[in-house]
Design a protein around this ligand. Structure first.
Ligand SMILES: Cc1cc2nc3c(=O)[nH]c(=O)nc-3n(C[C@H](O)[C@H](O)[C@H](O)COP(=O)(O)OP(=O)(O)OC[C@H]3O[C@@H](n4cnc5c(N)ncnc54)[C@H](O)[C@@H]3O)c2cc1C
Length: 420
């Protein structure tokens, strides 16, 4: 490559300027740069379940993250081009129209995204540079071949933990030496709902939240509080920023390790690392099993007949089941785009094991609703609960009443989200 080149950086779930290897590679290789985000048009078309891929809360967090990225680019003399459309059509058209010499893209290990990547690779006549930095371990850094990924999380964890990982605190990329190549940008979509009070979209808010969480010392009690359902500080609340790549998992780990060096490590700081490993694990499961994540029998390839009744589904998502604990959680999700991990486990178990319904319908509803929606974590967890994923036990059924007594003993959570 030659430093005269024009580079196009296509951003997806790496909406940040710090520790972003796509942007770093483009900045060092190309003279002028354009930054592009494409909101896929098909996310707004109803799926076979009768609703769209993206709902208002998820869209709000995404658009706020794009606005923040666009401001941060402007501070360095660049701009973000926002378009709605189909990447497979739009990217080749832009490359042809403006004569870009290379494309910089982030790797996403999910079957639909891989299909787009392959089709671009086949049709483009310019080099496509892939980055892979949204997780802790890249597949080529594992102590085993991806095809030998352990089927149980514990075995995966034991094997990667033999080589302690420090986390890299990447720099803020310097784009002042690069010329800005302006593309026509559409206005951001009109938003219909307010931002969640805990989650302001974007890298700036994400970094601030991460530092506050560590400096306030809440992380030191994470293991004991993480199953809480009412207060912000009970768990890290990092997932929305991690899902859109406003934060790099390496940045989280580097600051966590720094905290451990200064304040000492404890069971809670270890447990946060442990949960980040779950995130990596599900991403690797997606990389290994591809489209099986979306099949009724999941990665186990089980023959599974499942029911779907529209009226039952509507009562479930609208919080009108006979279980007040499930209803409160489903109300919270519908009205805010958020649900705690404890809530997610319970409503998933209820949908699959009490109602006996097709897990994929509720997983699709989570995809539509969650502001931290992440393809691998969502479908990986749903398969797990449904007994078609990485858990050898076929029936992970929760006793909902007991769970409510244990995790919402004073009823505070159910009161907050009842009858909405
Ligand atoms: C049915 C179901 C669907 C889910 N869908 C998603 C999803 O779409 N996106 C998503 O990020 N998480 C998903 N999760 C995992 C988990 O519920 C959330 O990551 C967690 O609740 C986010 O809150 P937190 O950031 O405070 O997590 P913390 O408890 O503070 O954990 C720290 C980080 O570790 C990661 N993590 C924690 N638990 C898990 C887990 N079980 N699987 C994968 N990563 C984990 C997350 O990145 C999280 O931010 C799902 C869980 C279930 C049971």
């Amino acid at each position: 490559m030659n430093k005269k080149d024009k580079g196009l950086v296509w951003l997806q779930t790496n909406l940040r300027l710090q520790s972003n290897s796509s942007i770093e590679a483009a900045a060092s290789a190309c003279k002028s740069l354009a930054f592009l985000y494409i909101l896929p048009e098909h996310w707004f078309e109803p799926t076979s379940w009768g609703f769209t891929r993206i709902g208002e809360h998820r869209l709000r967090f995404l658009v706020d993250s794009l606005i923040d990225l666009s401001h941060n680019l402007e501070k360095q003399g660049h701009s973000l081009c926002f378009r709605r459309g189909n990447p497979e059509e739009l990217i080749p058209a832009l490359i042809q129209e403006y004569g870009f010499d290379s494309l910089f893209v982030q790797q996403i290990y999910a079957s639909e995204e891989q299909k787009v990547m392959k089709s671009l690779h086949a049709s483009l006549k310019i080099p496509m540079h892939l980055s892979d930095d949204n997780y802790l371990y890249r597949p080529d850094q594992l102590p085993f071949d991806l095809q030998e990924l352990p089927e149980m999380f514990t075995r995966f964890r034991n094997s990667v933990e033999r080589k302690p990982l420090k986390g890299r605190m990447g720099k803020l990329v310097d784009l002042k030496q690069n010329l800005s190549f302006e593309l026509y940008s559409e206005p951001f979509p009109e938003l219909t709902c307010a931002a969640h009070p805990w989650f302001a979209g974007g890298e700036s808010a994400g970094l601030k939240h991460l530092k506050n969480y560590l400096n306030s010392g809440h992380v030191r009690h994470y293991k004991e509080t993480r199953n809480g359902m009412v207060d912000k500080e009970e768990s890290s609340k990092l997932s929305p920023w991690l899902a859109l790549g406003c934060l790099n998992a390496h940045t989280v780990l580097a600051l966590l390790r720094e905290h451990e060096e200064e304040e000492g490590a404890n069971e809670s700081t270890y447990w946060l690392w442990f949960e980040l490993l779950w995130r990596d694990y599900f991403r690797l499961v997606a990389a290994r099993y591809g489209n099986a994540l979306f099949l009724p029998g999941g990665i186990q390839g089980k023959r599974k007949k499942m029911a779907f009744k529209k009226a039952v589904f509507e009562r479930f998502v609208e919080g009108r089941t006979p279980e007040p604990f499930v209803n409160a959680n489903m109300n919270e999700l519908r009205l805010s785009g958020w649900m705690s991990n404890r809530g997610r486990q319970n409503v998933a178990s209820f949908w699959v094991h009490d109602l006996g319904m097709d897990w994929r319908a509720a997983a699709a509803w989570f995809e539509h609703s969650l502001i931290d929606y992440d393809v691998a974590s969502n479908y990986g967890n749903w398969m797990y609960v449904a007994g078609v994923g990485n858990d050898p036990r076929p029936n992970r059924k929760f006793n909902i009443r007991k769970q409510a007594e244990q995790y919402d003993a004073d009823g505070r959570y159910q009161q907050k989200w009842a009858n909405r």
